[in-house]
Design a protein. Structure first.
Length: 318
């Protein structure tokens, strides 16, 4: 309950900071001048991005040893997105891990490990796109360090890829000792079995034929998402390029890690708004953009997820 209250307060604070700096008449005029043909382009990019999200999840579940067709992943995935958009504390992710696996005939551990892998890939690509954006748009800030940062990022990526198998093996050995120890409490044995399956799945994910398709899918996901931001920029007649969209998108997305109300209201808007201010755009058009891009991302995915749930009530047969 306390976390929910904190989340709502954070959202209220972030939105207040923006609204108090806006001239609502100017905001309305900016929205009236928006070129609405770019909404179609943005929605196409959004659809492409979510298609690759579902493909990636499907590939990760297959890598964990499940036999699924792509269609089986669509409804649970979009339902979890809609629930994340409308319920507090990322409830959609929790339901995707605990409730939906029974319908899909997969284990909760497989669902959890795939979710963790998704978030890891997302973080890697978002950090990389921030680096790309900095290199093109704010190169003076990191002129002497960008090559070092790029090399460091690539080293981390390679270490993640090469080290995950050996790390998993060491964790598995430790968990086996717990399971074989007759004095271990039952809860410790159950927990060790779950963690053993998690680490085993990551060992499969780190194999080349699983790792690289997931990585490439992640690139497509976030480049497509960046184009959503870019097309809305064009709709507002911004003098912007795709590297600007990389930065605004990445900062806005990472801001959703901050506790807030359902749908990431507040931190997302403030991150998008602040990013545009740093590019020199005025407060009113930056605020208009922040609210509009959130609506474009939030409304279609929520509607698709709700419709998917309505047509598949068996999802919640837990």
């Amino acid at each position: 309950m306390k976390k929910k209250i904190i989340g709502y307060l954070v959202s209220l604070l972030c939105l207040s900071i923006i609204i108090l700096n806006l001239n609502l008449e100017d905001v309305f005029n900016h929205l009236l001048r928006f070129n609405f043909k770019f909404i179609l382009y943005a929605l196409i990019s959004l659809s492409i991005g979510y298609f690759f999200r579902i493909v990636r999840w499907h590939k990760l579940l297959i890598a964990a040893g499940n036999k699924l067709i792509l269609n089986q992943c669509f409804t649970p995935f979009m339902a979890s997105v809609a629930l994340n958009n409308t319920l507090p504390l990322r409830a959609g992710d929790v339901i995707r891990v605990i409730v939906f696996p029974s319908l899909m005939s997969i284990t909760k551990t497989d669902s959890a490990s795939s979710l963790i892998a998704e978030r890891t890939f997302d973080l890697l690509i978002l950090l990389f796109l921030i680096l790309v954006g900095f290199s093109f748009d704010w190169s003076n800030i990191i002129e002497f360090h960008k090559l070092f940062v790029l090399i460091f990022f690539l080293i981390l990526l390679i270490m993640f890829f090469l080290g995950s198998t050996s790390i998993s093996r060491n964790i598995e050995t430790f968990l086996e000792k717990i399971k074989r120890n007759k004095n271990s409490p039952k809860i410790m044995i159950s927990l060790s079995e779950m963690l053993f399956q998690l680490t085993n799945n990551f060992k499969f994910f780190s194999k080349k034929n699983n790792f690289f398709p997931a990585l490439i899918s992640s690139v497509f996901i976030w480049v497509a998402e960046s184009f959503v931001f870019y097309f809305i920029m064009l709709g507002f007649n911004f003098d912007a390029n795709i590297s600007s969209a990389f930065l605004v998108m990445a900062f806005s997305t990472l801001s959703t890690l901050i506790p807030s109300s359902p749908g990431y209201f507040g931190p997302f808007h403030l991150a998008a708004y602040t990013s545009l201010l740093m590019y020199g755009y005025d407060s009113d058009i930056s605020g208009s953009y922040a609210f509009f891009i959130h609506l474009i991302l939030w409304l279609p995915t929520t509607l698709v997820g709700i419709i998917a749930m309505l047509f598949n009530p068996r999802l919640f047969n837990y």
